[in-house]
Design a protein around this ligand. Structure first.
Ligand code: CO8
Length: 207
């Protein structure tokens, strides 16, 4: 389903593991003017320089089932040795950010406007719980991914149920992310889905 593109996408490799930019601007500026001899100002951190939001972490919109499954897999990301030391567990939570072009180097030419405005489709809603709420865990040893997905009210297709395109989006996201973990950057060549039963809006899906 998803296949590696090798060299063509070199510049986009590991987009799901983009480095976290931690730039905090907090410094003391001294300003001299003719009226007031010496004035000291403190520049507060600007929103542009804050740590990017990790969308795979719980928020207030997550229901009990979503949280229960999250806690279960999250508890497996760390294990305690007999000596009481913390170690990496078998599962790894995959962080998820809404920007990737910002960190991409080389490859495609895109206008500055697109580079600054582009957002990951599944993470472009500011309102928590409105659309795609999901977290993906990866087990390297078993080469397995699990996704916990809570479908928001803006994903309606048939009345009260999730749109088939939104379901396809999640399947594409999970298979694409999984393949990227196992290989390099990938593109989906073919996606074939049989919809067996509707998903009610607001419910949690786990696979
Ligand atoms: C963090 C979030 C992650 C989200 C991940 C989301 C993933 C996505 O949505 S990607 C976006 C949607 N996908 C796309 O836009 C892809 C568009 N398609 C393409 O770019 C090209 O058709 C592409 C790259 C898939 C194939 O490129 P192409 O140049 O045709 O490859 P080509 O060298 O001819 O074929 C290679 C092999 O693949 C096979 N193949 C090509 N296309 C297909 C297909 N659709 N189905 C099955 N096999 C195929 C060929 O038969 C060939 O097989 P073999 O090596 O055995 O002879």
């Amino acid at each position: 389903m998803a296949r590696s593109l090798g060299t063509f996408l070199k510049g986009f490799q590991k987009l799901t593991f983009l480095p976290v930019v931690r730039t905090h601007l907090s410094q003391t500026l001294t300003c001299i003017s003719p009226r007031s001899p010496v004035r000291t100002m403190v520049a507060l951190p600007l929103p542009f320089f804050t740590k990017p939001r990790d969308f795979s972490l719980p928020n207030s919109s997550w229901g009990p089932e979503m949280l229960r499954l999250y806690e279960h897999y999250n508890s497996l990301t760390e294990v305690e040795t007999l000596g009481g030391e913390k170690q990496e567990g078998p599962w790894q939570r995959l962080p998820s950010y809404n920007r990737s072009l910002k960190y991409a180097t080389g490859g495609l030419y895109l206008s500055k406007f697109i580079q600054s405005k582009a957002r990951l489709f599944t993470r472009n809603m500011r309102n928590p719980g409105a659309a795609f709420e999901y977290v993906i865990f990866f087990n390297k040893e078993k080469q397995r991914c699990v996704c916990i997905f809570q479908a928001g009210h803006l994903l309606e297709g048939p009345p009260g149920c999730v749109h088939g395109g939104a379901i396809a989006t999640m399947i594409d996201t999970v298979t694409g992310t999984h393949a990227s973990q196992l290989y390099e950057a990938v593109m989906t060549a073919n996606l074939n889905i049989n919809y067996r039963s509707p998903i009610p809006l607001g419910s949690t899906v786990f696979d």
